[in-house]
Design a protein around this ligand. Structure first.
Ligand code: PLP
Length: 393
């Protein structure tokens, strides 16, 4: 169980503000903020390199913390500036050729999909969208039937940016592992709200961001790369850290996942992300998942009882992202009206998950993403405001 009073007391949040944009960026808890500010102050006092040497353990804590979070080894973790670059470093390491198949899902995120398009244009690889099952999640049977020796990569999003859908990652992992096809999982929205175990999921590569459900600093992200695969992949870009220059005409790639890093990074952010992951681990990912999913389920129920409101989340299993539309109002207008009443929600537009949104004929949805520090009372106030907006139509 989450001690809501305690987590609220450790969450600054301006009084009266209801923050339901946790899928955009959640509010960092006090220990994260404190660690980041302290580190920046030390850098200003003693110098950046000197601060890093003094705080070596705090700076490197993120590897051990992430290994506990994902149930992997610290040498399978790379720290990078965001989830997109983490994902890119993995994806662009594959040497695609004409006719290679990349299998993805309908709810795939824009930045991943444009990378497929770029690689397809450059190499002649083909992108194929795995059909959904009747719940709107990836059909694992359809995926299994598509797998053959031309499939170079299966790459799906665990929780899409535009809804509460949770993809059946473990089932996907089981069929891809059995077929010997690499599996890349975008866990940007699931990390920090769902209990993740890369051994159970059987993914080979996984990307996540710091600022969303993990409550870490902005400008931080991680890549998990399974050891055997990390050693086989040649990153698309390298530097002195990823690939030490050992002879005049030769470099040697680092043997671990840190070959996907670059040397210079946001050290304060790195410290802060380690603290954020420890904070989540201390609360317990199963407790977090239960609270987040429980709040979101009740929010979906309440919203769907309001006349003129449609809830749009797909899938049998759902998480903390709740999406809806209000008939006769555009999503941006709803967001702004709520903002004027101190309620932060966001809008997910067709261009973020185009395949899925076009299929469903949705130009945009309002996204209310709940975290464990949100309260039932806040959700009631959201519903009251949405109800008033719906009636004003
Ligand atoms: C936010 C998001 C990303 C991108 O994360 P960044 O840290 O902004 O690069 C990737 N995938 C999904 C599903 C997202 O929601």
């Amino acid at each position: 169980m989450i001690d809501v009073d305690r987590v609220r007391s450790e969450t600054r949040g301006r009084p009266g503000l209801i923050h339901l944009n946790n899928a955009g960026a959640s509010l960092s808890p006090a220990p994260v903020l404190g660690a980041v500010v302290d580190y920046l102050q030390l850098e200003a006092e003693v110098g950046g390199y000197e601060a890093a040497a003094q705080r070596h353990e705090s700076v490197n804590r993120v590897y051990g913390a992430a290994a506990s979070l994902l149930r992997c080894e610290p040498d399978e973790i790379a720290f990078v500036e965001n989830a997109t670059r983490a994902w890119d470093m993995a994806f662009y390491s594959f040497e695609f050729q004409a006719g290679d198949r990349i299998l993805t899902c309908a709810a795939e995120y824009v930045s991943n999909y444009v990378a497929y398009l770029q690689v397809a244009r450059r190499t002649g690889a083909v992108i194929e969208v795995i059909p959904d099952d009747e719940s709107g999640a990836v059909s694992v049977d359809a995926l299994a039937a598509m797998l053959d020796e031309r499939v170079k990569l299966v790459s799906v999003t665990h929780v899409p940016t535009n809804g509460g859908l949770v993809s059946p990652a473990e089932e996907i992992g089981a069929v891809t592992r059995a077929a010997g096809v690499p599996f890349l999982l975008d866990a940007c929205q699931s990390a920090g709200q769902l209990d993740l175990d890369v051994g159970k999921v059987q993914c080979d590569l996984l990307s996540l961001t710091g600022r969303k459900y993990l409550r870490g600093p902005r400008g931080t992200g991680l890549l998990y790369a399974r050891r055997e695969l990390a050693q086989a992949l040649h990153p698309p870009m390298i530097d002195l850290h990823a690939a030490p220059w050992v002879e005049a005409d030769r470099y040697e790639l680092r043997p671990d996942a840190r070959r996907f890093e670059n040397w210079e990074c946001n050290f304060a952010g790195k410290v802060g992300l380690g603290v954020a992951i420890d904070y989540a681990l201390e609360l317990g990912l199963d407790a977090i998942e239960q609270r987040v999913c429980g709040l979101a389920t009740r929010l979906r129920e309440s919203l769907s009882e309001i006349r003129g409101v449609s809830v749009h989340d797909l899938g049998r299993r759902r998480c903390g992202i709740v999406t809806f539309t209000v008939s006769g109002l555009d999503a941006e207008g709803v967001k702004q009206a709520l903002a004027s009443r101190s309620i932060n929600v966001s809008v997910s537009v067709v261009g973020s998950t185009r395949i899925d949104m076009e299929r469903r004929g949705l130009p945009a949805v309002v996204r209310a993403s709940v975290h464990y520090y949100n309260t039932e009372d806040e959700l009631r106030r959201l519903c009251a405001e949405v109800g008033a907006l719906a009636q004003s139509r």
